[in-house]
Structure formats: structure tokens, C-alpha cells
Design a binder for this molecule. Structure first.
Ligand code: NAP
Length: 301
């Protein structure tokens, strides 16, 4: 039987609709809207399209969206000063700096410079630590938060489940592993994290009730590695070529995930497509973090 396709676009729309109502209610009652600052250095094509989608989404929700475009050769000191300016601005509830940064700037220094209460990307060590210890007052990073939201909204049981995470990056693999091993809803799983030094990758994948793949290797996971009925979350976004968009006629990148989708869907119980799976969730969770930040500043949560 074919797997249930977990539709990230549909789940995202539901989350955004709820947020839109919440933002309108906050504005009506408290006279404030969420303020989100996006700082971008230079014009990396992938970042430009991602940032413009963030801006469009934030504006659609009624946020005060501030886009700061800085030259790629800006000094580290000047960038840190810009961040500090928004740290001190009460109208701003979320600050994010689009990564990756040019080589002359320390990514960790920049992340550390954002006040943890405005770090809606969830990358500051304070928020990373809170995610690890299960302190819900922090911000969880957006992609793993989106993955967990998809799993929960799809009604997939995590308690006692064998979860295997392929990849140990700070933005996906480590935090999703930390989140799913917590006590409580969406947690209580038995988590294994595998990576390039793992001896037998397919052995671990075959044990998984929930398989989360974030390696960045197109088609890495074969259908024979999937336990029948398992939930497969494919985080990978790999450009494998170009194609003509059916609607606009424009040339767009051809994307492929880390899982062999067409064959895997015949074995899995649930599966996320690429594109249209995890990708759309990341921005939704960023918006959700920003609304939470505003509510915290108003002492509502
Ligand atoms: P990353 O920092 O490059 O980490 C990749 C991880 O996968 C590493 O831990 C690496 O192991 C492991 N890995 C790579 N090849 C492997 C293999 N052949 N066997 C086993 N493990 C392997 O990547 P990332 O930032 O986590 O991103 C992963 C993928 O998710 C990318 O395709 C990225 O574009 C995508 N992504 C999507 C979203 C989204 O949809 N919103 C967000 C973030 C990332 P080692 O540690 O041993 O090197």
C-alpha cells in the first residue's frame, strides 16, 4: 500500500492561518505587532529567494518586517553593532541573520550577539541548551520544530518509538534528536543518531519506526532500508539540475531529497515529499517563534 504523503504546504497554511488571527488579536488588544528583522549580507541567490519568502510571509501575517541588506564586505564589528541596535529596539521581537556568512566573519560570534530573547532562529547557545534540557521557555530551532509539528499533526505515535536520525548537524540532526528524547508529547522516543562514521547505516535505518534523514546526499536512503509502515521524514534539499516551471515557464532548480521517494512511498506508512515537505514548515515555525517572542515581551506567556 502506498504511504500517506505528509503535505508540508497544507500544514504550514493551517499554522499561518492561526498565527494571522493571533497577530490581529494582539494588535487589537495591545496595539503592537510582531517585529522581525532579517539581516542579509550580499546576494547569495539561494538566500535571496529564501529571504524574500520570509518577508512575504511575515508581511502577510501583519508583522512589522524590517529587511536589512548589508554589503558582503562589511566588517564584523559593524555587523555586531547593527545587531546590537536591534537588540535594544523594543519594537523588534525577532532578529535573524541569514547564514552562511562570508569567511571573514565568525558565525558563532554573530549568533552569540543576538539576545537569546530575540533569537527566533533558536541558534544561540542559551536556546540550544534549553532545547537540550527540555526548557520550553527557549526558542527551538525552526526546521526540527517543523519536523516535530508534522509528526504530531499527522497523529504519529512517538512514545517508545525507535527514531533514527541520519545526520548530526547543529541545525537539524542534534536538535531533533534532543527534542524527541524529551519526556512528554512528541517525545519519549528511543533515539539513535547516525553519521558518516556509523558502521552500518542501513542496519540502523531498517530499525526505525520514524526515520529522519538530514544528510544532504540525494537518494542516500534506499527503499530496502525502510521498515514497512515507518514514518519517513526527508529533510534533504539537493539541487540535482534544472527544469521548466509548468505554470510560469521559468527555469527553476530541480530538487531531490535524501530518500529515494518513488520507491520509498510503496514501503513507508507516511513520507514527506521534496519539495513540499519539511521545507515549508521552517518559515512557519520562524513566524510562530516571533509571535511567541512578542507574547513573552507582553508577559502573556
Ligand atoms: P550538514 O551540516 O551538511 O550535515 C549533514 C550531516 O549528515 C552530517 O552530520 C554528516 O555526517 C551526515 N552525512 C552526510 N553524508 C552522510 C552519509 N553518506 N552517511 C551518513 N551520514 C551522512 O547538513 P544540514 O545543514 O543538517 O542539512 C542536511 C540537509 O537538509 C541538506 O540537504 C539541507 O539542504 C537540508 N536542510 C533543509 C532545511 C529545510 O528544508 N528547511 C533546513 C536545513 C537543512 P558527519 O557529521 O559525519 O559529516
Amino acid at each position: 500500500m502506498s504511504a500517506v504523503i505528509i503535505n508540508g504546504n497544507e500544514i504550514r497554511e493551517g499554522i499561518l492561518a492561526d498565527l494571522r488571527e493571533e497577530v490581529a488579536a494582539l494588535k487589537a488588544k495591545h496595539g503592537v505587532v510582531p517585529g522581525l528583522v532579517t539581516i542579509m549580507l550580499g546576494e547569495h541567490p539561494a538566500s535571496v529567494s529564501y529571504v524574500s519568502l520570509k518577508i512575504k510571509t511575515a508581511k502577510g501575517l501583519g508583522f512589522n518586517e524590517i529587511q536589512v541588506s548589508l554589503p558582503e564586505n562589511i566588517s564584523e564589528t559593524d555587523l555586531l553593532e547593527t545587531i546590537e541596535k536591534y537588540n535594544r529596539d523594543d519594537r523588534v521581537h525577532g532578529i535573524l541573520v541569514q547564514l552562511p556568512l562570508p569567511k571573514h566573519i565568525s558565525e558563532q560570534k554573530v549568533i552569540n550577539a543576538i539576545r537569546p530573547e530575540k533569537d527566533v532562529d533558536g541558534f544561540h547557545p542559551v536556546n540550544v541548551g534549553k532545547t537540550l534540557i527540555g526548557d520550553t521557555t527557549g526558542f527551538r530551532p525552526c526546521t526540527p520544530a517543523g519536523i516535530l509539528e508534522m509528526i504530531i499533526r499527522s497523529g504519529i505515535n512517538t512514545s517508545g518509538a525507535e527514531v533514527v536520525v541520519v545526520g548530526r548537524s547543529n541545525i537539524v540532526g542534534k536538535p531533533i534528536a534532543a527534542m524527541m528524547m524529551q519526556k512528554g508529547p512528541g517525545g519519549d522516543a528511543t533515539v539513535t543518531v547516525v553519521h558518516t562514521r556509523t558502521k552500518d547505516l542501513s542496519y540502523h535505518c531498517r530499525r526505525a519506526d520514524i526515520l529522519i534523514v538530514a544528510a544532504g546526499v540525494p537518494g542516500l536512503v534506499k527503499s530496502s532500508w525502510i521498515k514497512p509502515g515507518a514514518c519517513v521524514i526527508d529533510v534533504g534539499v539537493n539541487r540535482v539540475g534544472e527544469k521548466k516551471d509548468d505554470k510560469t515557464g521559468r527555469i527553476i532548480p530541480l530538487l531531490r531529497g535524501d530518500v529515494d521517494f518513488e520507491e520509498a512511498r510503496e514501503i513507508a506508512g507516511w513520507i514527506t515529499p521534496v519539495p513540499g515537505g519539511v521545507g515549508p514548515m521552517t518559515i512557519a515555525m520562524l513566524m510562530s517563534n516571533t509571535v511567541r517572542s512578542l507574547k513573552r515581551s507582553l508577559l502573556l506567556i
